[in-house]
Design a protein around this ligand. Structure first.
Ligand code: AMP
Length: 177
């Protein structure tokens, strides 16, 4: 096994939040999941359904969000850098805070690590205030989200999107189910 592919026991379970609200969000999330699954030393082990919600603290189209679980041998810093590369390839720019985005990737949790550096805070500092993070996270890792946390966010409306829905379905409200 090469240095980039550590044995499974050396891997850390990490959770990544995905979001997009311009361009083709369903396609962007699918492509981002494929890119995450292809990262060195990384296996995508679970993925949530997608959820649609209105932007928080910002205007613009509704967001599509999901959360994935990976087992990774990358350090948290290397994983964040890799996620930022994936955002760049998806055409992400940061013209102003909370601007609409083709793809946003957040490192939510990295094992049980607590990290606080100028470029990286883990657990992600705002994840506890966001239903679009905690609801999909609870779907794939219920042990990482308490019922009390979820109960505090019930005023935030989010809609679960049927599996397989593409951007055309989202625009028309149709589904493949
Ligand atoms: P955003 O524009 O919302 O994607 O924020 C990206 C900025 O947040 C970058 O400068 C990152 O270095 C920083 N950041 C800090 N902690 C995290 C995290 N856990 N996940 C993603 N970005 C983070």
């Amino acid at each position: 096994m090469s240095a980039a592919q550590p044995p499974p026991d050396d891997r850390v379970r990490a959770y990544i939040g995905l979001g997009a609200n311009i361009g083709q969000p369903a396609l962007a999330l699918r492509q981002a999941m494929a890119a995450i699954a292809a990262l060195p030393g990384t296996v995508l082990t679970r993925q949530s359904a997608s959820y649609r919600s209105a932007p928080l603290d910002a205007g613009g189209p509704d967001y599509l969000n999901a959360v994935v679980e990976v087992a990774t041998g990358l350090t948290p810093e290397a994983l964040l850098a890799a996620l930022q590369d994936i955002e760049r390839v998806a055409g992400r720019t940061r013209p102003y805070p909370n601007a609409p985005r083709t793809l946003d990737l957040d490192l939510l949790l990295y094992g049980d690590a607590h990290i606080d550096t100028p470029s990286l805070t883990v657990p992600h500092p705002r994840m506890g205030q966001r239903a679009f993070v905690l609801v999909p996270l609870a779907e794939i890792a219920p042990e990482r989200v308490s019922p009390r946390q979820l109960a505090a966010l019930t005023s935030q409306v989010i809609a679960r999107i049927p599996p397989g829905a593409d951007d055309e379905d989202l625009a028309t409200g149709a589904s493949h189910d």
